[in-house]
Design a protein around this ligand. Structure first.
Ligand code: HDD
Length: 715
């Protein structure tokens, strides 16, 4: 036996902490250290450059100045061409039980294994510095650091896509990005170019309904579902294939903002989603998502009224159930945004044995684009050596050199086959874990064509419309009024109404109403009456108030007993309360207790919270009644359909707002407990247990869309 044959392949065993341990080698901590140059030379003075005389020119030999300035000049790297603005988190994934019957992917076999993951959520359209709460698709990309190498699931929070063939992607992205002559608008689809393109691309009809639905304005990355969108294949040990679609289901349910709120947040806190994710993880409110798969055996490929390869179609969950197979927990914020979140590089082509591709023409194009884009974005093919991108599985191959090579490959051999290196690194058989592509039989003439089976553009769009609740339908129509209302070309607006009329006549008529375009002469539609309850967000609401943010409005003289009893009950159920007052700092209660106001009216607004609570205290309420900002909180929260609670004299602040006058709740709240459309009050606050119960129920419901006359209340 020679030297080469004695060596055994590396074996890796990973656990939840493996990636963290790998990253530790690269972390730098300046605490207690001297300032040095990049060469490690200690610096004695960094506030003045080296000059010839006090008032003389700077000298070339100032290596500290030159190095510092050169590094600074080269700091920016190209932002992602899409999904430029995003936010990431570390965590782990665990399968519930072995999926060996359908896939040999090792991270889907053993429930005891916690596979480390890094997830990046993103907005698609805006540039890196744009606002979080714009209407957009949200990216949901997951890198699993598995024992068999990195697996990337690069998905979105909407299960379908605009186009069927990747060759249209540059057109789609050009049309939605700011217009090239004046670079407007930023991070918005609401402009002529986009709707011009869409009006000429009927295959996008289904997707634009999803985009303009409430899914387009997510309340939180933690409160949205994720979808792999494209169809992939699962392959088991016997080589049997299933078509598979991937799902992430948020354990907090799917929640949205309202449009007015989303726009205001763009100014009040442009980092709203990023901050929400960061703070939740810092506070231990770890986001959790269940992992689900929809499976279609290969032999059933043609049994459906949609083509399983068409990325503009869902597989209705009622027809192809989602099997929940595992859970992901995000429990650690990155140490450094650039090093981790910016430099992470995803690629749908990063798969492990047991997961393969389908011929979905959108996926096929993606398989080219992602590697290509990383090379320009991260400056060469060695980006896989950047710590966040490094697999935990060992890497051995003959890829060498190029910019910023970190690995020091030993030995003289850098080719295969070789004898001088004992034939290493050697290919692995399927049994040894080698990736073997699924042996699909493919035959055909070269042709640029769209399959006939892809040409039903409207049936599922109608099904989506049919599946929406009344409130969701209203929001959709309003969204069309906004988006198409921003379009200057009447011709484009008219063409869009024609397109919508192919989906549903009522939808087209209602959309036309707000945008100065005649309703269709004849109401159109597909005649599809089917609906898919699973696509409505209304059905995802979970009975929990975990991590919801509650604003508590107080002034001097508030009632401490009421405040603490309610806050205790809410926080006991996992909600997070924040005291808001005109000025930050200590606020005294009527009985000499104290709380700290952590925000003032300048640094907060009702749009930053999920619910409002006003405890009593005669003096506090008299003060709040005089503060327009406090009244504004109540009105706006009512208008945005958020739960509002008030106890004791707190009711008088509600009376002072417009919600009883214009909002046409009962004329005034009764003395006893009331819960009307999420406005929960009790004047007699001797026992608050029933109030707390009702208020918690109201908060769990998230929004109360059916509030009467809410549009009459100013916001
Ligand atoms: Fe893509 C980034 C998701 C179609 C080309 N895409 C990117 C990201 C997500 C998606 C989440 C951000 C990853 C990150 O956080 O770094 N993309 C999707 C989904 C699609 C999709 C779910 C439809 C099924 N994408 C798509 C097509 C193409 C691309 C059809 C081109 C043929 N996508 C890219 C890209 C990006 C990208 C240009 C930009 C930055 C990057 O890759 O790393 O290659």
């Amino acid at each position: 036996m020679n030297e080469h044959q004695k060596k055994q392949p590396d074996q890796v065993k990973i656990d939840e902490n493996s990636k963290n341990e790998q990253l530790e080698k690269y972390r730098e901590d300046s605490d207690g250290q001297y300032l040095t140059t990049d060469q490690g030379v200690r610096v004695s003075h960094t506030d003045d450059s080296l000059k010839a005389g006090d008032r003389g020119p700077t000298l070339m030999e100032d290596f500290h100045f030159r190095e510092k300035m050169t590094h600074f000049d080269h700091e920016p790297i190209p932002e992602r061409v899409v999904h430029a603005r995003g936010s990431g988190a570390h965590g782990y994934f665990q399968v519930y039980e072995s999926q060996a019957d359908v896939t040999m992917a090792r991270f889907l076999q053993d429930p005891a294994v916690k596979t480390p993951v890094f997830v990046r959520f993103s907005q698609v359209v805006g540039s890196k510095g744009s606002a979080d709460t714009v209407r957009d698709v949200r990216g949901f990309a997951t890198k699993f650091y598995t024992e068999e190498g990195n697996y990337d699931l690069v998905g979105n929070n909407i299960p379908i896509f605009f186009i069927q063939d990747a060759i249209k992607f540059p057109d789609l992205v050009h049309s939605i990005k700011p217009e090239p002559h004046h670079e407007m608008p930023q991070a918005s689809a609401a402009h002529d170019n986009f709707w011009d393109f869409i009006s000429l691309m009927p295959e996008s009809a289904h997707m634009i309904l999803w985009l303009l639905s409430d899914r387009g304005i997510a309340r939180s990355y933690r409160m949205m579902d994720g979808f792999g969108v494209n169809t992939y294949r699962f392959i088991n040990k016997e080589g049997k294939a299933h078509f598979v679609k991937f799902h992430w289901k948020s354990l907090l349910g799917v929640h949205s903002l309202v449009w007015d709120e989303a726009q205001k947040l763009g100014g009040k806190d442009a980092d709203f989603l990023r901050r929400d994710l960061w703070e939740a993880i810092e506070m231990g409110d770890y986001p959790e998502y269940e992992f689900g798969v929809q499976l279609i055996p290969e032999e059933d490929e043609f049994k459906f009224d949609f083509d399983v390869l068409d990325p503009t179609k869902i597989w209705p969950e009622e027809d192809v159930p989602v099997k929940i197979i595992g859970k992901m927990v995000l429990n650690r914020n990155p140490d450094n945004f650039f090093a981790e979140t910016e430099q992470v590089a995803f690629h749908p082509g990063n798969v492990v044995p047991g997961i393969d591709f389908s011929n979905d023409p959108l996926l096929q194009g993606r398989l080219f684009s992602y590697l290509d884009t990383q090379i320009i974005r991260l400056g060469g093919p060695n980006f896989t050596e950047i710590p966040i991108n490094q697999p935990l599985a060992p890497v051995h191959n003959n890829q060498r050199e190029a910019y910023h090579r970190m690995t020091i490959n030993k030995g003289r051999v850098n080719y295969f086959p070789n004898s001088l290196g004992g034939g290493h690194p050697k290919p692995a058989t399927r049994e040894e874990g080698g990736y073997v592509h699924h042996m699909e039989k493919v035959e055909g003439r070269k042709i640029r064509n769209r399959s006939e089976s892809f040409r039903d553009f409207f049936s599922q769009a109608t099904m989506f419309w049919n599946s929406q609740s009344d409130a969701e339908k209203k929001h959709l129509i309003k969204a069309f009024h906004f988006e198409l209302g921003k379009v200057e070309s009447k011709e484009v607006r008219e063409r869009m109404i024609d397109l919508l009329n192919k989906v549903d006549g009522d939808l087209a008529t209602l959309a036309a109403e707000g945008i100065g375009v005649a309703a269709p002469a004849t109401k159109g539609g597909t005649g599809v009456t089917k609906s898919s309850p699973a696509v409505s967000m209304a059905g995802t609401v979970k009975d929990t108030i975990k991590s919801r943010k509650i604003a508590v409005l107080v002034a001097e003289g508030y009632n401490h007993k009421q405040l603490s009893q309610v806050m205790e009950a809410l926080e006991g159920k996992g909600a997070r309360c924040k005291i808001i007052s005109k000025n930050m700092g200590m606020i005294k209660s009527s009985d000499g207790n104290e709380v700290v106001a952590v925000k003032n009216y300048e640094t907060s607004a009702s749009v930053m919270f999920d619910a409002i609570f006003v405890p009593g205290g005669a003096k506090s309420i008299e003060t709040l009644k005089m503060q327009g900002d406090a009244i504004g909180f109540i009105n706006e929260a009512y208008r945005h359909c958020k739960p509002i609670g008030a106890t004791g004299e707190g009711l008088d602040l509600l009376m002072e707002s417009d919600i009883f006058k214009k909002g046409s709740l009962s004329d005034s709240p009764p003395e006893e407990l009331m819960n009307e459309k999420g406005v929960v009050t009790v004047r007699n606050a001797s026992s608050l247990s029933s109030f707390n119960e009702e208020f918690i129920k109201a908060i769990a419901a998230h929004r109360h869309w059916d509030r009467p006359e809410k549009d009459k209340v100013p916001a």
